[in-house]
Design a protein around this ligand. Structure first.
Ligand code: TMP
Length: 204
């Protein structure tokens, strides 16, 4: 059975590196795998990504942000993720709907029931089999970022602390789906923990 695996975390948590390493490890083990990310990938997603992350002259309300992320997600699910899973290809996705709950729900303080309802539409019923949270204090994560700072990275440490708390609330609500990893561990150790969780889920 193809797996749908997602990676979550605050800024500078190293989740993109780990998503890539897991994708390579799966391929190495002979498991067909596709690496993808949010927001972006599809043509529509890339346009939305550039508005959401980089537009400086366009005001975007929190509700508009919620809808835009989910518009990009709906396209990614229907154009990329579902077709891959249907072909038996496991999908590793860097960010998914939990990012919206953490960033727009907790970070932007939108009504959580509304966020959940809109996420449900964006996900089109597709829930991850397992989600890795790379947990890092925001001060440390933001310090790992380079010069190119996007619309979310310029936000206050309070904003990023609310996101971290949001992730923790999501883990408490659905502990069976999540695997929380301290992002301060070395890249190699984190990859080993992740592989230790994934290997038993793979066909023998
Ligand atoms: P990244 O490529 O650094 O992960 O950038 C994506 C940014 O978009 C990151 O700051 C998190 C933010 N984001 C949201 O606010 N809501 C979402 O639903 C998603 C997928 C990302």
């Amino acid at each position: 059975m193809a797996l749908f695996i997602t990676f979550e975390g605050g800024e500078g948590s190293g989740k993109s590196t780990q998503a890539r390493l897991l994708h390579q490890q799966l391929k190495h083990a002979g498991i067909p795998s596709l690496l993808t990310y949010e927001p972006g990938v599809t043509r529509l997603g890339e346009k939305i990504n550039s508005i959401l992350k980089w537009s400086q002259d366009t005001s975007i309300s929190p509700v508009a942000e919620l809808l835009l992320f989910n518009t990009s997600r709906a396209q990614l699910v229907s154009e990329v993720i579902k077709p891959a899973l249907e072909k038996g290809i496991s999908v590793v996705c860097d960010r998914y709907a939990d990012s919206t709950t953490a960033y727009q729900g907790y970070g932007r303080a939108l009504d959580l029931a509304m966020v959940e309802a809109v996420n449900k539409i964006g996900m089109s019923g597709l829930v991850p089999d397992i989600t890795f949270l790379l947990d890092i204090p925001p001060e440390q994560g933001l310090a790992r970022k380079g010069q190119n700072i996007d619309r979310f990275e310029v936000e206050s440490v309070d904003f990023h602390n609310r996101i971290r708390e949001g992730y923790q609330a999501l883990v408490r609500a659905e502990p069976q789906r999540w695997c929380v990893i301290n992002a301060a561990f070395s890249k190699e150790k984190i990859a080993e923990i992740i592989w230790g969780k994934i290997r038993p889920l793979l066909p023998k």
